[in-house]
Design a protein around this ligand. Sequence first.
Ligand code: ADP
Length: 670
Amino acid sequence: MKTKQFDKILIANRGEIACRVIRTAAKRGISTVAVYSDADRDALHVRMADEAIYIGGSPSRESYLQFERVLHAAHSTGAQAIHPGYGFLSENAAFCRACEQAGIVFIGPPIAAIEAMGSKSAAKQIMEKAGVPLVPGYHGDDQDDAVLKQSADDMGYPVLLKAVAGGGGKGMRQVWSSDEFDEALAAARREAKSSFDDDDMLVEKYLTQPRHVEIQVFCDSHGNAVYLFERDCSVQRRHQKVIEEAPAPGMSAQLRQKMGEAAIRAAQAIQYEGAGTVEFLLDSDGSFYFMEMNTRLQVEHPVTEMITGEDLVDWQLRVAAGETLPKTQDELSMSGHAFEARIYAEDPDNDFLPVTGRLAFLSVPPQSKYVRVDTGVVQGDDVSVYYDPMIAKLVCWDESRDKALQRLIAALKQYRIAGMKTNVAFLTNLASSEPFREAELDTGFIEKHHQLIFRQQQINACKVLSLAALFLSLSAQQQMELSRRKSTDANSPWFNSQRWRHLGAAKLAHQISFNGVEYGVDIANQGNGCFAIGVLDAVVKATGWLEEDCLHACLDGHVFDVAVAQYNGEVTLFLEEGEARFQRVFADLGNNNESARGNGLRAPMNGTMVSLLVDEGARVNAGDSLLVMEAMKMEHTIRAPSDGTVKQFYFKAGELVDGGAELLDFEPGG
Ligand code: ADP
């Protein structure tokens, strides 16, 4: 067997996946070359790689998608192969061809396999021939709007529109009736055009309660193929996965084998090589339908690694070098259960829209054989508008689903981020919910259990305010101590942290804002490190000390530790029951009249104005679509809050809009 072992590879990606690939390459003694954009000059993947080459501006089309520059970087550093990660160039047949022409190995499948699966419609035609079951639908070449609509009308609603070139849930719309079809089609086409530069659509019967179960396959260039079991990725928002697990709960050995074999048939139908994932929808009666095949490593591959003990990147490197698969089907086995939770910079309460900002505070759970954190960021990094807002993947394993879930919940509680909104509390609620524990999974899980998952955390205000007062007093003492050490007159009463008075104990009054309400809290220093805190008609006896990011507190005899982060005037307390944020309020000397804001509607995120859907002066009804904004390639429609008149739009199509900016002048009234 002739193999060509690599001693240097380039990773044409960024973030956690670039770091992930670098780790395995280093283990194998392969040196690594990273590429980076302006925004990523100081990124972790650049620091982890042995070398790094600058490839252009921050937007990915100016850097990570510039394949000539990526190839040039490989050439100039002598890299023999390129690992594309996922996203960016990973499923780009033209890039693959350019690698071939340049004599560089593309660590992925052959060009023809990428091309065959690149179009969801063409893929379905191939799978139909290979005897792989499909969801009923229209996947023809005639893209006339009327033809698509007719096919939906014939099929019966609900239907799902999907971008033929789609991925990541983009360019996808559910349509519940014929009346909604035109607007949904236009929106899906726009989103597809901007994401994939291709607005061809297919129409599928929309299954109302399926599970998303996918099979990990691997094939080598010697005709061997295996499946590494399944992952259940049913828990999704905006058709994007948030928590994945392996194995799929309740899966029988027979069904696993049947789906595994169908996945191998799918891979063999296109002479596949390398890592691939065949995605199926699994109906409650056990029937399953091919959805698509992803011709790359998936984001959620770690759960498969955790239950099989295999390193899939290592397998990729071996297969690309021409080796046979490290194991046969009979040699593969599963052990225990694994979950992956995707931690995003996003606002679950605002339709999961991505947010940006600085990771002002970041503390992750300790890693072990049970807990793995795949990330590409460290404290102080920015989550920018340019790339996917995923901060990390938290992966937990244990011998059973129950035990693994318990580890996941505990690790989520230890995942502490301040500086931007994240989905950590949402994930914790989701993972702790009874239906999730019972594995009542289907792709509508989040919508169905909305009330359970989006419940407000019940955090005791008295506890938060007491901790806030204690924290403020201890920080002030610490500050004073520092100043005293620097001062020449260290014994001055001005530096007495007991707040020297000549009558009685010192008492300080703080105004603290918590959950949108302002509270007055008194704190009296009683000496010997003891405080009496007057809060909400109670008096709490407190002691404590500060150590780096930790407040060691004792409130009325209850001793506990709280991680604390301060950012932009806001303090976050990471309590066992959830995060509590408070601000110290100072007397308002200026004229901060918040109510004088007018009748505008505000931008829910930083983004671009895509289109204005009505004319200025138009009379509209409550719920009518007024305009479409886009952020990170996701569209968001702003609708009329009531009947009224659109007097003026403040932005034109194509303009950049800051989150919170007023978008239009809207006059309510019938
Ligand atoms: P993408 O490539 O954009 O990720 P997929 O085809 O993989 O799109 O589908 C993403 C998700 O959308 C699936 O996991 C599933 O939840 C949902 N979905 C896709 N097709 C259907 C369908 N026909 N009926 C119901 N849900 C579907």
